[in-house]
Design a protein around this ligand. Structure first.
Ligand code: ADP
Ligand code: MG
Length: 257
């Protein structure tokens, strides 16, 4: 495994992000530090997932310059484990929990490669950490939303990585699952890895080392106390003067865009 990153995970200069003719994120600058916990926060449709896609090398900027680990995002992909917001598996293929977690080892073990003792140990270990060992033989569709999310995070951790990207890992979860995943986020950061997650929750954003506030572009980025000001939140959430200070409501975490 490569050495831990120092400096910045990602630096964007006037990056514009989108899909074919859709512009999701208008030209803006952003920096995401390495070795720290970053929260990306903003309303539905504000471009949080799109920014993660760009960092994960799934899309390339339409304009501007984005460097990830000092080079193009595509070159850093092998260092990045990306747990997406909605992972869909082909219907009619009844994958067990253990099989899904094992898939996290495929990039290292090879799709048709032989699973070594170290691969098996890694799978066992992450299943323990996410408390899904007892569910090993169950099929994914038999699980609750929180259990399924824990399986996806286990798959992400099973992969060799020094960067973990999580798209709304805590949204809509039961308290037990949320607690387990929140602990993982902090353990990963404590272990020196870079963690970037998206969230709807102001408290989760406040608990991060670094925050990116979005609204169709990056409104602000930096330490939480500098970014999560009332003025910035009003701007990002389009709140008028009618709202009382200290009474800012973020959109419902259960609402899908
Ligand atoms: P968020 O994660 O903050 O809810 P997204 O990054 O998913 O926001 O979406 C930002 C914008 O990009 C939205 O207007 C959304 O409709 C659009 N968008 C997202 N994915 C696609 C796609 N695959 N094709 C076209 N437009 C998309
Ligand atoms: Mg999203």
């Amino acid at each position: 495994m490569s050495t831990a990153m120092t400096g910045d995970l990602a630096v964007g200069r006037q990056i514009q992000l989108g899909y074919e003719r859709v512009v999701a994120v208008a030209p803006c600058d952003v920096t995401i530090p390495a070795g720290k916990l970053t929260a990306i926060i903003g309303p539905n449709g504000s471009g949080k997932s799109t920014l993660l896609h760009a960092i994960g090398g799934l899309i390339t900027p339409q304009a501007g310059q984005l460097t990830v680990a000092g080079g193009p995002a595509s070159a850093a992909r092998h260092r990045i484990s990306y747990v997406m917001q909605s992972v869909s598996f082909p219907e009619g293929v009844p994958l067990s929990v253990r099989e899904v977690v094992r898939m996290g080892r495929y990039p290292s073990a090879g799709w048709f490669g032989r699973f070594r003792a170290t691969d098996k140990r890694r799978v066992d270990e992450v299943m323990e950490r996410l408390n899904v060992t007892a569910l090993a033989k169950r099929h994914l569709e038999e699980l609750s939303g929180g259990q399924r999310q824990r399986v996806y995070v286990a798959q992400g951790l099973a992969q060799d990585h020094d960067v973990l990207l999580l798209d709304e890992p805590l949204t809509g979860l039961d308290i037990v699952s949320a607690r387990i995943i929140d602990d993982i986020i902090h353990d990963e950061t404590d272990a020196g890895r870079t963690v970037v997650h998206t969230t709807h929750d102001l408290d989760e954003a406040r608990a991060a080392d670094h925050v990116v506030l979005m609204s169709g572009r990056v409104v602000a980025y930096g330490p939480p106390e500098r970014v999560l000001t009332e003025a910035n939140l009003r701007e990002a959430y389009n709140l008028g003067e009618l709202h009382e200070p200290g009474n800012i409501f973020l959109d419902s975490p259960h609402e899908e865009c």
